[in-house]
Design a protein around this ligand. Structure first.
Ligand code: AP5
Ligand code: MG
Length: 190
């Protein structure tokens, strides 16, 4: 079973490229951001707590996120594998995922890191903010999300580099160009 991690800063194209990769490799798309937004939309108390974190540009606490993700994986019907979009986002989450997958026979992990210039990230997210309705697509929260990415999320790269499971992709250019780069980088690996 493949666990393909789509990694990158806010606005780097994780969701966009996941849609194309799901189609090509017949994988199940698991976006922690989408899971959290669904919980918010349900109007639950948990959703209200989650909304506080997201609209301020902060991460949801590791424990809450890890248990949500593992429950979701366990409840997914048979699949060829998963695209993990937005998880792991801290080294603690990466370690938890590694522990979880070590207990599953035949689990294979690969991380794809989308590298995009900061100005381009901001301009993509501001543009999306015109129509997305996402409470975190405004300049102030975008800047906070980018800061959190630098300090808490980026170190996850080194965790996977050390394991030889890291592929760096130039995430600048058209959606199709980037998709072709990912497919090429995955050749022979998955
Ligand atoms: P999440 O929903 O994961 O958001 P994010 O990481 O901030 O990333 P985005 O979804 O904004 O961007 P993306 O990389 O998917 O890019 P997209 O394809 O949309 O997380 C939201 C929040 O939830 C977090 O801040 C945190 O609070 C919480 N959370 C989630 N996971 C968590 C975890 N594991 N632990 C703790 N907290 C967690 O593209 C962006 C835009 O650009 C789109 O409009 C798209 O159409 C456009 N675009 C894409 N590619 C291109 C291109 N090549 N050229 C031009 N435009 C492009
Ligand atoms: Mg996304």
């Amino acid at each position: 079973m493949l666990y393909l991690i789509l990694f990158g800063a806010p606005g780097s194209g994780k969701g966009t490229q996941s849609d194309l990769l799901v189609e090509k490799y017949k994988l199940t798309h698991l976006s922690t951001g989408d899971l959290l937004r669904k919980e918010i939309a349900s109007g639950s108390e948990l959703g209200k707590t989650i909304n506080e974190y997201i609209s301020n540009g902060n991460l949801i606490p590791d424990e809450m996120m890890i248990s949500m993700l593992s429950a979701h994986i366990d409840n997914t019907p048979a699949t060829a594998g998963f695209i993990l979009d937005g998880f792991p986002r801290t080294v603690a989450q990466a370690e938890a995922l590694q522990n979880m997958l070590e207990q599953r026979e035949g689990a294979q992990t690969q991380l794809v890191d989308l590298e995009v210039d900061k100005d381009e990230l901001i301009s993509r997210l501001l543009k999306r903010g015109e129509t997305s309705g996402r409470s975190d697509d405004n300049l102030e929260t975008i800047q906070k999300r980018l800061e959190v990415y630098e300090t808490k999320t980026k170190p996850v790269n080194d965790y996977y580099k050390a394991k030889g499971l890291h592929a760096c992709i130039d995430g600048m250019g058209t959606i199709d160009e980037i998709f072709q780069r990912i497919v090429k980088a995955l050749e022979g690996k998955i």
